[in-house]
Design a protein around this ligand. Sequence first.
Ligand code: CIZ
Length: 302
Amino acid sequence: MNPKQAKERIAKLKRELNAIIVAHNYQRPEVQDIADFTGDSLELAQRCVGADAEIIVLCGVRFMAETAAILNPASTVLLSHPDAGCPLADMINVGELKQWKERYPKATVVAYVNTTAAIKAESNICCTSANGIEVVTSCLAKEILFIPDQNLGHYISTKTNKRMILYPGFCDTHAKVTAEQVSLAKQRYPQAKVLVHPECRPEVINLADAALSTSQMLRYAKSCNEKTFLIGTEEGTLHPLRKQNPEKEFYLISDGFICPDMKKTTLETVIEAMQTKSNVVIVPEETRIKAKQAIDRMLAIT
Ligand code: CIZ
């Protein structure tokens, strides 16, 4: 099937199934282009709330599809590839979280959305890379147990006055960027604005002009007068950046900024999931209700 046929097939399946397709900014360009809307995980979570669709096809990774299922119990959520997971989300399990909670009984547990539904259900409130500072600042407790991304947690700790206990998880893809790569890229494009994701290492963030989620990068690039940008996040983000700003130039800080799980989804896997109604994401009701409370607390302040 060529790309044109694949797109037509997807459009037909969407009508037949009363489905919507949502895609993360890290998806392949052709997958982003067939989506009803794209965004970071906060935007996807918000846009899915009350979605008037029998089926939501989530082009992203499993924790994102779980979030859509938690917020939309009346819809069936299909993940765009059965094995699209998130190594960061898998770095903490419920047993480990319970041990950390026992060690820090007074701490409020703030869970990055890159966690499983079971972990969200054991947490007080969720956050994303776009609203982490707001969420942590809103917590009454002085002590925050932040899970599972230590780099995002460290970045938030520099912007708030909380005592942050950081679980030692990290994103393989963002951890690859080094301060040396940023310095080299800046030598090549001295006038460029450097935008990195807060999942990057602290020494990388220190060299950047801003640490932003992907949707914040999109807003920043649009409103900034600068014409050249060095980007420190997964390469999929270059697609909307370039599409929305054809007069500007965007370069990755270094090659190899690719999340293998995000790239598992193709137009063919989307068709397969829709045609066979497979990869249904099911969150047990007890877990869903508890996880939803942590997500709702986040949405209420964002
Ligand atoms: O929050 C998200 O969706 C992630 C993982 C990255 C981003 O900033 O879009």
